[in-house]
Write a protein that binds this ligand. Structure first.
Ligand SMILES: [Zn+2]
Ligand SMILES: [Zn+2]
Length: 304
């Protein structure tokens, strides 16, 4: 499981920094967080298949996080997608897509649905599959905005089929029962317990994506104990007043959220165009949280 940052600029793209979009790559599918202009292009540039996107989480409707969505959905039409796509975001998202479909004449040939969120005070699950949950919480921005947390569901451990064979378990449904944690009785009457042939399950992995927001205790709750937190760092702390006026965080705020939430690793992104040299942002965040790095476009990070 890994994430690739597709854009790290705030408000407007600058050379080398596109607008917000981050793709979480799972075994068989992708989860996309935000879809600023150019996201579709970046996904294709790194040779991911847009048709494998099954879930899109939009933090808020400011253009630098959402203008790319109609284009991406329209582009997916060319990928022979047939399975379902779920788009999650603030109220208004459905209307935007309806208007775009009506007047820009794009029609998705694949099934897709939109989940619109109201204010969420404490993190709650807004979407889940057999393999993962997406939780969201309201952030503190100028318009309704949501932070998202991806949490893998606990899986079963690895079955040692060779050992099971040596113990006399025949190939077939009994192996499936053991993998699901059920003891099985063999034809000769012996009972084999899952702990004899199935290893410890891997620790579920988690990822939090938080942008655009002032420093906010709800962010800390959302990110608690995640393996990886991506947090916006639009400004340095000397522009804390500007950050507050515009509903953004400083690099110091990002570091504080990571420290309070006890995350394993922090990655900064969503930088103001005024910063060409990003090292002061890294220094500032690392003053309060050690395991931090600068996000840059097309950076890939493994989770867990
Ligand atoms: Zn933004
Ligand atoms: Zn914004």
């Amino acid at each position: 499981m890994e994430v690739t940052l597709l854009g790290t600029s705030s408000a407007i793209p600058v050379p080398g920094r596109n607008l917000s979009g981050t793709v979480l790559v799972l075994d068989q599918e992708y989860v996309l967080f935000d879809c600023g202009e150019g996201t579709q292009f970046s996904i294709r540039k790194i040779q991911l298949h847009p048709s494998k996107i099954k879930t899109i989480c939009i933090t808020h409707l400011h253009g630098d996080h959402s203008f790319g969505l109609p284009g991406l959905l329209s582009g997916i039409n060319y990928s022979n997608k047939s399975d379902h796509l779920t788009v999650i975001g603030p109220k208004g998202l459905k209307e935007i897509l309806d208007v775009s479909q009506k007047h820009q004449q794009f029609f998705a040939d694949f099934p897709f649905s939109v989940i619109e969120l109201d204010f969420i005070e404490t993190p709650e699950v807004v979407y889940e599959t057999g393999k993962f949950q997406i939780s969201a919480v309201s952030l503190d921005h100028r318009i309704p905005a949501f932070g998202y947390r991806f949490s893998e569901k606990p899986g079963s451990g690895q079955l040692n089929a060779e050992l099971a064979g040596k113990l006399g378990v025949p190939k077939g449904p009994l192996l499936g029962d053991l993998k699901e944690g059920k003891p099985v009785r063999l034809p000769d009457g012996r009972v084999i317990h899952p702990s004899e042939v199935v290893g410890e399950p891997r620790k579920p992995r988690s990822f939090a994506y938080i942008t655009d927001t002032r420093f906010c205790s709800r962010s800390v709750l959302l990110a608690a104990n995640t393996d990886l937190l991506m947090h916006e760092a639009t400004y340095l702390a000397d522009l804390a007043m500007k950050a507050d006026e515009t509903g953004h965080s400083t690099a110091l705020d990002a570091g504080k959220v990571a420290a309070l939430a006890g995350v394993k690793e922090l990655v900064l992104f969503h930088y103001s165009a005024r910063y060409m040299d990003l090292s002061p942002l890294l220094r500032e965040a690392s003053g309060v949280f050690g395991t931090v790095s600068l996000g840059h476009d097309f950076k890939t990070l493994k989770i867990g």
